[in-house]
Structures are given as C-alpha cells and as structure tokens.
Design a protein. Structure first.
Length: 96
C-alpha cells in the first residue's frame, strides 16, 4: 500500500518563477502530496524580494497556493489529503 515514489509534478506551462521548480520537486517527495500543478503567471504591484509560497484557498482535493517573487505571482495547485496546517508545515520545510 505504501506509495514511496511520492507525488507527481505536472508540466503544463513553459514558464515558471525562478527557483520554483526545484522547490516543487522537493515538495512532491513529501508524504501525502499527490499532484502539484504550476498554473498561470501574473504580474502584481507589490514587491516580494524572496520566493514565498502561501496557501490561498481550498480546492477540490487540495489547495491553491500562491508563489510570489519580485513583481510576479504564480498559482500552484496541490492535490493532497493533508490538512491546511499540515500543508503549511510542509511548505515551511521547503525553505529549511
């Protein structure tokens, strides 16, 4: 029953925030992460000097996470049975 291979990273866009893909590749190795799909990139007004991942809203089967760096944001959809607190802890571990 143990799926030790971890989750799956879906490549559906050609552009990603710098540094995001290595973090997502690390995230899919965590227990309970099933699918990670980077989404649309948008420009924003505010400036965020370092790459940050923040849980935005629950979606069916997981959460939408917002990745921010500089004046750019990218949606990341994460399919997981983890609770929001567990996912937040996993996201925090990415930056250790």
């Amino acid at each position: 029953m143990g799926n030790s291979s971890g989750g799956r990273l879906v490549w559906n866009h050609s552009t990603h925030l710098p540094g995001l893909i290595p973090l997502l590749e690390k995230l899919i190795t965590f227990q309970g992460i099933q699918t990670v799909t980077p989404g649309e990139i948008k420009r924003v007004r505010g400036h965020c000097p370092k790459l940050k991942l923040r849980i935005s809203v629950p979606i069916r089967g997981g959460y939408k996470v917002i990745a921010r760096q500089g004046k750019t944001v990218q949606e990341v959809f994460i399919v997981t049975p983890l609770s929001q607190a567990e996912l937040a802890a996993a996201l925090d571990r990415l930056f250790l």
